[in-house]
Design a protein around this ligand. Structure first.
Ligand code: CP
Length: 316
């Protein structure tokens, strides 16, 4: 496995299998009396967040602490970034505090790559979401959630039909999921209005549909995406009501899905826009499970990238 995680393209299929099986092993160990493992004792993980986050920041913090690492949380709000301090100076300041891993979220696509390539720091860089580019650990936790929902498949998703619905244009989650799900053999269909699909999407390994109702009965996984109003400088659909009518997951659509199909959403949700409250809270929804699986998956990523002590030795 490469020493950084900036994109799903950094991972081979074997790496992905290794992360998912390590997350499963960590779940098995931490379900027992051992909640905290000493495997990263003495290591320091810095969460460097230039954009807001609830799930990703808290789950990386929880993951690092469960592996006994020291954690430094940095949020651009309230820091010297607001006085104009650069990414380089901020990163070097944190490196001087002994960071072994820097988990970075940034509003600019490519920021994580820039940090990793710059030579400014020697720490392992993990991309926690960069602009509209990628969010690799979200895709990994989504794959872990799917593998738990379809246990017969383990992490071979051949023939599994996944719909990713909504604001593909602004979604780093969609980009990472398309790469990862394709590597695991799933058939991915993007469903969105043409205005919310990126230029060049026809070169992605996906099918495209503009109609939410066309093949809904055939999907095993329906992954709804948040409408990212904060990244929209233009009008991409006539009204929220119209969008919701055409592309929202509601009770009626939920009833038409396969009995075994699951509903996913990376969060945060716009309830009543891309997903109704009853769909989000239904028995098919694994949205809350995704959050819990995020901790296990990020534990696996930190453990494997930082070369922690063997789990079999410390988990007993
Ligand atoms: N899914 C996700 O990245 O959520 P947060 O923005 O809350 O971290």
């Amino acid at each position: 496995m490469k020493s950084q995680l900036l994109s799903i393209n950094d991972l081979s299929t074997a790496d992905i299998h290794s992360i998912l099986s390590t997350a499963a092993e960590l779940e098995r160990i931490t379900d027992g009396p051992t909640k905290k493992l000493p495997t990263l004792r003495g290591r320091t993980v810095v969460n460097l967040f230039f954009e807001d986050s609830t799930r990703t920041r808290i789950s990386f913090e929880t993951a690092a602490k469960r592996l006994s690492a020291d954690v430094i949380n940095f949020s651009a709000k309230g820091s010297s970034v607001s006085k104009g301090e650069s990414l380089k100076d901020t990163a070097q300041t944190l490196q001087a505090m002994g960071a072994d891993a820097v988990v970075i979220r940034h509003g600019s696509s490519g920021a994580a790559q820039r940090l990793a390539d710059s030579g400014w720091i020697s720490a392992t860089v993990i991309n926690a979401g960069d602009g509209t580019h990628e969010h690799p650990t979200q895709a990994l936790l989504d794959a872990f959630t799917i593998s738990k929902s379809f246990p017969d498949r383990k992490s071979d998703f051949s023939g599994l039909r996944v719909a990713i619905v909504g604001d593909i244009l602004h979604s780093r989650v969609a980009r990472s999921n398309v790469l990862l799900l394709s590597k695991l053999g799933a058939s991915v269909t993007l469903i969105a209005p043409p205005t919310l699909l990126p230029v060049g999407v026809e070169t992605w390994p996906v099918k495209i549909s503009y109609n939410m109702d066309e093949q809904l009965e055939e999907f095993d996984v329906v992954m709804m995406l948040r409408i990212q109003i904060e990244r929209m400088s233009n009008f991409f659909f006539p009204s929220e009501r119209e969008y919701s009518r055409q592309y929202g997951l509601n009770e009626e659509r939920l009833l038409r899905m396969k009995k075994s199909a699951i509903v996913m959403h990376p969060g945060p949700m716009n309830r009543g826009l891309e997903i109704s409250a009853s769909s989000a809270d239904s028995s098919r929804s694994v949205i809350v499970d995704q959050v819990g699986n995020g901790v296990l998956t990020r534990m696996a990523v930190l453990y494997l990238l930082l070369g922690g002590a063997a789990l079999t030795e410390v988990g007993q």
